[in-house]
Design a protein around this ligand. Structure first.
Ligand code: ADP
Ligand code: ZN
Length: 763
């Protein structure tokens, strides 16, 4: 597979097309002079402004330096974005404020600065807001207090004179001090198995010495050859291709397209080994922290040390150390959620995006960005390879492969001779569950048979809680969220009604709030809690585990439950999408999907693609070892292309049909799309502002503006919502057109505008 070309422009979405206009470093220009010998610098600040502000500062500042400056009555942290050019300073130099402080951290590298500028341009976010994601750990800007560590004293070979006597412990301590990374005296004593006085004695005799070093953890030492897997022929071929892209350097994107259980992880571990052998940093993006426990274990087995983690649930200390290690380049492997992409790595040599199709890579607050797409851009700007990995690649990625922009390696078989599961649909119209139940007779029979063979069952329903709707049997009233256009979901676990959009909760009322009828409220439809209840009634001897985010107390609890499943302490697992992906359970042979139709309604562009991906990944949990797996999918529409693709195991014809439909509708990846959401507490005002915005919309041949229309979720968190959908041809610079349009209008203060380029969520 060759490297992807970057010059052709016929494609749908490919962020790497656009960076032609990214400003290179402005280092060569002559800086303006401030009074005295100071220079004038442009400093980017984490505030919603169009660009950097001018400040006076020392002339020898590095571009990218992280600084603190006064802003109004505040002091804020920003980064030097370049010198203000002579004559261009916006502020008369006499009134120029000065940079207060320069932090002792490496300046943001040029690639990071270009990436921030590019991302701001693409997403229409203020550059400072993107910068803030890179500087997301202010505590890390100040080094930890230094600590004393033990090192061999200079000339330690020399034998100390009497009264010094060598003992076995003293010799061991010296050996360890030579062989291990430097550590504090108490830690060294623990490693040696002696008391601290032994270490002190050696210091007094001048054999060992102390050295002050910044506190923190010693950087892990990875061994690229620690324990390589014994790869199958398919895996070897795939790994060789990836390692070649790493060896060649330069920008490329390669997709690992491999069925579930084919060993994609083992394959990209080889690419990581190659990048590590070359001494460069590696970033691995995973969609969910929930997936990482097993991944971390495997990584450590392979490389002999744990990677640096970056995600929102780190302790403040771990976060601070991870940020510094990443930025100083001592963290050679960083694994994290999408925000890890924003760290200013000085020497990134490879990016891996695992489960690249995952919706979780899209950030939908603050800066709206898709971490997979931005990872490709980051690879382009840094001139390094990227590896995307999935059993169900996104259509965007598949189209880029088809066009030769991305390379591809294929793993068509499961590792170790395991077969792919047999998938069949259950037509709920022909085989309905008993009244008031949700599990059909064929599904229950298969579950019972599986349990009788001593194997495990997984029942999947992508709906938390007990019932999605509570209805009054007397008057038909439905219990709704007061802040959102949504029903309240009953959660028996907490005996509450909960809004899944805004988190509003209330107790279950004793009577209908509308007509006052008592004992008239009825649960309609199933959530996982209700399925668990049904399993308890129909399979009373099975040990069940209900697994949803509501039933978890943190990642340790999740890891513990995953272990319990792996160790066979559970017979039936009932869960939401939390369990659909990534996990490897050796005894799990039957997967039952309670309601496969849930995700197909609602007119979402990607509803079919998403449902296919989710259910295919879920099916991939069955029969991953020697015993074959079986999957039954309950549906009211067995003829639906998604169901046919799953039951026939025919991914390719499904994808072809989806692509044809998208091509016909000029939808991504064959067209560009943006969503503009106006929202505010005053319905009339939001609608009015929508009409005003529509009135100044550009009239262009290559752009189609739909709306304003009430968003599908008309009210969310107490705000009314109006939406525009903007469609454009692939070669259109949609961000630029939107920028032009939006700059012509000042919206009312109570109305917020959210711009979402390449929207994934159509609510
Ligand atoms: P995928 O990500 O493609 O679903 P994994 O990488 O999780 O697959 O691999 C599936 C299982 O097979 C894992 O338990 C993994 O450890 C094992 N496996 C894959 N390749 C090898 C190999 N070459 N040697 C040993 N075990 C392997
Ligand atoms: Zn709500």
């Amino acid at each position: 597979m060759g490297k992807a070309k970057t010059t052709d422009t016929d494609a749908g979405f490919l962020p790497a097309d656009v960076p032609a206009d990214v400003p290179a470093g402005a280092d060569h220009k002559h800086p303006a002079k401030a009074p005295g010998e100071d220079a004038v610098w442009r400093v980017l600040l984490p505030v919603p402004l169009a660009g950097p502000l001018d400040y006076g500062g020392p002339p020898d500042l590095k571009i990218g330096a992280v600084v603190e400056v006064p802003l109004g009555s505040r002091r804020v942290v920003g980064a030097v974005w370049g010198p203000a050019e002579a004559g261009e300073a916006a502020v008369p130099t006499a009134r120029l404020k000065a940079i207060d402080r320069v932090f002792d951290v490496p300046p943001l590298p040029e690639t990071s600065r270009r990436f921030i500028d590019w991302m701001a341009g693409y997403t229409l976010a203020p550059p400072g807001q993107v910068l803030q994601m890179a500087l997301s750990c202010p505590a890390a800007l100040v080094a930890e207090e230094p600590e004393a560590v033990v090192v061999l004293a200079e000339g330690a070979e020399a034998e100390p004179g009497p009264p010094f006597k060598w003992t076995a412990a003293r010799r061991r301590a010296v050996d360890q001090a030579r062989d291990l990374p430097a550590m504090p005296p108490a830690e060294l004593a623990r490693q040696v198995g002696c008391g601290v006085p032994v270490i002190r004695g050696l210091m007094e005799a001048g054999v060992l010495a102390t050295h002050w070093r910044p506190k923190g953890v010693a950087p892990p030492r990875y061994r690229p050859d620690h324990r390589p897997a014994d790869l199958s022929a398919d895996q070897q071929a795939a790994a060789a291709t990836l390692c070649a892209t790493v060896g060649a350097g330069g920008y490329s994107v390669t997709l690992i397209d491999g069925v579930t259980g084919s060993g994609k992880t083992e394959v990209y571990f080889e690419a990581i080994a190659a990048a590590l052998a070359g001494g460069r940093q590696v970033l691995v993006l995973l969609p969910e922290i929930a997936l990482t426990a097993q991944w971390l274990e495997r990584f450590e087995v392979r490389f002999g040390a744990a990677p640096t983690q970056w995600h929102s649930r780190l302790t403040p200390l771990a976060r601070r150390r991870a940020w510094r290690a990443a930025v100083e380049g001592t963290a050679k492997v960083v694994v994290g959620a999408r925000s890890a992409l924003m760290l200013p790595y000085p020497d990134l040599g490879l990016i891996v995006v695992d489960e690249e199709h995952e919706p979780a890579f899209k950030q939908e607050d603050g800066v709206h960005y898709h971490a997979r797409d931005m990872a490709v851009t980051r690879a382009f700007l840094g001139e390094i390879p990227a590896v995307l990995c999935s059993a169900t690649p996104s259509l965007e990625t598949l189209v880029n492969v088809e066009r030769g922009r991305y390379g591809q390696v294929v793993l068509p078989r499961r590792f170790g001779g395991a077969t792919l599961p047999e998938v069949a649909a259950i037509d709920l119209r022909a085989d309905p569950p008993e009244r008031g139940s949700f599990l059909s007779p064929p599904l229950l029979a298969e579950a019972a048979g599986t349990l009788a063979r001593g194997e495990q069952v997984l029942l999947f329903l992508n709906r938390r809680g007990y019932a999605p709707l509570t209805l009054c049997r007397s008057c038909g009233h439905r219990l709704r969220c007061p802040n959102c256009e949504a029903w309240l979901v009953e959660h028996r676990l907490g005996r509450r009604l909960v809004c899944h959009h805004c988190g509003y909760t209330r107790s279950v009322p004793p009577a209908c709030p509308e007509c006052g009828a008592v004992e008239s409220l009825t649960a309609i439809g199933p959530g996982v809690e209700r399925i668990a209840e049904e399993v308890a009634a129909t399979l009373p001897d099975a040990r069940t585990l209900l697994l949803t985010s509501d039933h978890l107390r943190g990642t340790a609890d999740l890891a513990d439950k995953m272990r319990a499943i792996r160790d066979g302490e559970v017979d039936v697992v009932i869960g939401t999408q939390l369990i659909a992906k990534g996990h490897h359970f050796p005894d799990l042979t039957f997967v039952g999907v309670v309601d496969a139709d849930i995700g197909l309604g609602g007119g979402d562009l990607r509803a079919g693609e998403r449902t296919f991906q989710l259910l295919y990944q879920l099916a991939g949990r069955a029969g991953r070892e020697s015993r074959p797996g079986r999957v039954l999918i309950q549906t009211r529409d067995p003829g639906h292309p998604v169901m046919r693709a799953l039951a026939g195991g025919d991914r390719d014809s499904f994808i072809r049909a989806e692509l044809d439909e998208r091509r016909e509708g000029h939808m991504p990846p064959f067209g560009r799309l943006a969503a503009l959401i106006l929202s505010g507490p005053d319905h009339e005002l939001v609608a009015h502002e929508g009409r005003r915005l529509a009135a100044c919309a550009p009239d262009l041949d290559n752009v189609l503006i739909l709306g304003p229309a009430p968003a599908p979720l008309t009210m969310l968190r107490g705000r009314y919502r109006e939406r525009f959908l903007v469609k454009a041809t692939p070669e259109t610079d949609l961000p630029a057109i939107l920028r032009g349009w939006l700059s012509t209008i000042q919206l009312a203060r109570n109305v917020r505008l959210r711009v979402d380029i390449d929207p994934q969520n159509f609510l």
